[in-house]
Design a protein around this ligand. Sequence first.
Ligand code: AKB
Length: 316
Amino acid sequence: MNSKILIIGACGQIGSELTFRLRSQYGDENVVASDISYSNLDIVNSGLFEIVDAKDYASVKTCVEKFKIDTVYLMAAMLSATGEKYPMEAWDLNMTSLFNVLNLAKANFIKKVFWPSSIAVFGPTTPTDYTPQYTIMEPTTVYGMTKQVGERWCEYYFNKFNVDVRSIRYPGIISWKTLPGGGTTDYAVEIYHEALKNKKYSCFLKEDTKLPMMFMDDAIEATVGIMMADPESIKIRSSYNLAAISFTPKEIAASIKKHLPEFEITYQPDYRQDIANSWPKSINDSYARQDWKWKHKFSLDAITEQMLFQLDKKYN
Ligand code: AKB
């Protein structure tokens, strides 16, 4: 029998692309997209869509029962930069939505849960290079705190209540279909838009700020890959380290200049610099590669080629 899937936060950067991917795999009739508002018309008009408030247990449960959902991808979250502006709201959204979904699974309304964690679970006391799966975790952002404690709850619900919850720690995600919102790694998407529109970009991070990043296509493969893996192969029920590439603003600018030699980057670091400074430069994801055979495809130059090609088509 086919899975009946609900994506919560389907209008967002990852949720939107995940919706299209899951629909092509499981059939339009088996994938319900949902969000708090009609903010992405491509998603709203592309198939089954429901308004669901992730913070409201009854709202999520009603949708789950209406469509006989067995699998939930909980993609709604407030990210690192916005979370620092609205700490209580970030805590409330990120934690309440997770408890709602985990409790629906505990009560057997659903069978399987995907919940995204992030490199934001790490902090300034974490080893920065090739950060291991198991290491010091003292996040300094509210977003990072919600992800760290969320991981503990996922593992707890797996151990105590046998909830099949799976999670990966996303790095910064680069995509062209939907803009990211409220993250510290968002510069690596904005830069391509500005390069094409204005041939220049003022970066909110310093030129040598190295962060782990990944192309959306790889992120979607990882998400679908961990969810399709045999339950026995998922040995980590908190969240898996996940990695592809790492680069600095200076390096992404150099990659863009290969196609647009006139492109200029300037640097005006703001409060997001402190957040970036607290995160790892690169990640050791050997458990994901070993347990469920994760591997990435896209290099920085391959991402740049795709981004400039697809955005150029969009703008013209
Ligand atoms: C952010 O920058 O907040 C996110 C993340 C790394 O989780 N993109």
